[in-house]
Design a protein around this ligand. Structure first.
Ligand SMILES: *[C@@H]1O[C@H](CO)[C@@H](O)[C@H](O)[C@H]1NC(C)=O
Length: 134
């Protein structure tokens, strides 16, 4: 019985590790995300491939209107082009800000919807992926 369970586990493990290879890299959709700075009135939109890779915001938004001498400053973010399966999050160590194309495309970055407080997002990366299934 233990042998059987180990075998089943091994088959599952190989099926899981093989799965990503079935989806060619160029089939990942491109999503668009905007950062808004409601204090300066500036905003910028960038494209990222929804492939689960981390993109540093300092690279993504370099030279855009929300780049303040190398610091990426914003009050909110919005997925402006995504699919119903798109999940994105900003991550800076344990600080995670989730977004979802289906039901949560807009996030207030300062955590206070009543006030537009500018947040320095320079330490964050952005990761987007397409949720499997529905
Ligand atoms: C973000 O989403 C992940 C998984 O989708 C969840 O585990 C986590 O609790 C969420 N974090 C926040 C801050 O909502």
């Amino acid at each position: 019985m233990q042998f059987t369970l180990a075998l089943v586990a091994a088959i599952f493990a190989s099926a899981i590790s093989a799965a990503p290879a079935l989806q060619a890299r160029d089939t990942y959709p491109t999503v668009k995300i905007s950062l808004y700075n409601d204090q300066s009135g500036r905003m910028a939109t960038v494209e990222v491939v929804s492939d689960g890779h981390a993109n540093m915001l300092t690279d993504l938004f370099k030279g855009t209107p929300v780049d303040d001498n190398g610091a990426i400053k914003a009050t909110s973010a919005q997925l402006v082009k995504s699919t119903q399966k798109t999940r994105c999050f900003f991550q800076n160590y344990n600080d995670i800000i989730n977004m979802s194309g289906a039901d949560h495309p807009f996030v207030d970055l300062d955590g206070n919807p009543a006030v537009a407080i500018v947040r320095d997002m320079s330490g964050f990366n952005l990761q987007c992926s397409e949720r499997a299934g529905a």
